[in-house]
Design a protein around this ligand. Structure first.
Ligand code: CA
Length: 229
């Protein structure tokens, strides 16, 4: 299946770009490279890659500008590669439309794991379309029409806000959602007090899901529902 997946690697640092390219080639991925933001936007529009790996620190444009540009016409998953340890640039990138992120230095295994998880999400999106009646992910099942949630076949009862959270996470499976994105969608606002409430509601939701572990916490950034393998 890797053979059909074209990955655009956007990185101005030649050794890092070569490392990523070599890794992709040795795992049978097709890839193409770009060293600037302008090249990246052109390559994304000319070649419609399946996944974009995007370094945020580029010589001409900021990576976030590349995301905004690509997002104006494409839903191609974008995995951001950030050299900065602060969370603000990742949050900005995710809110601009990136799907996931890697922090430098990263291992080859981490890189491949993110790509595989993005491929699973792509496969899932192609199979089920946007208006699916239900959602299955490991032990978790959501019946959207009936607003009913099951873990291992047993129905669990959620408050309206807990359900809204789970609904939002499941419709964005594999995508890291920032605190701001979630609170805007669930409460319509994004004050610090909403973010504090979000933590409380997420803790409640997780407890009701009985340790069903598909919801990941990204400390300082947000949450992501991961697709079960
Ligand atoms: Ca760079």
């Amino acid at each position: 299946m890797n053979n059909n997946c074209l990955i655009l690697v956007v990185e101005d640092d030649t050794p890092v770009r070569n490392l990523i390219s070599t890794t992709l080639a040795s795992h049978d991925y097709q890839y193409m490279t770009a060293a600037t933001g302008e090249q990246a936007i052109r390559a994304a529009s000319d070649h419609s890659p399946d996944i974009i790996l995007l370094d945020l620190g580029l010589p001409d444009l900021d990576g976030v500008e590349v995301i905004r540009s690509v997002r104006s016409w494409s839903v191609t998953p974008i995995i951001v590669i950030s050299a900065r340890s602060e969370d603000t640039d990742k949050i900005e990138a995710l809110d601009a439309g990136a799907d996931d992120y890697l922090t430098k230095p990263f291992s080859v295994e981490e890189l491949l794991a993110r790509i595989r998880s993005t491929q699973r999400r792509l496969t899932y999106m192609k199979q089920s379309g946007p208006d699916k009646p239900s959602f299955n992910n490991g032990a978790l099942k959501i019946d959207y029409a009936g607003k009913a949630v099951y873990v291992n076949g047993e129905q669990i009862h959620l408050t309206p806000i807990e359900y809204k959270l789970l609904d939002l996470l499941s419709h964005n499976v594999g995508k890291v959602l920032t605190y701001q994105f979630i609170t805007k969608n669930v409460w319509g606002s994004s004050y610090d007090s909403d973010i504090a409430s979000l933590r409380v509601f997420m803790a409640g939701l997780r407890k009701k899901l009985h340790g069903e572990s598909s919801i990941q916490t990204h400390i300082g950034i947000g949450y992501c529902m991961v697709r079960a393998e």
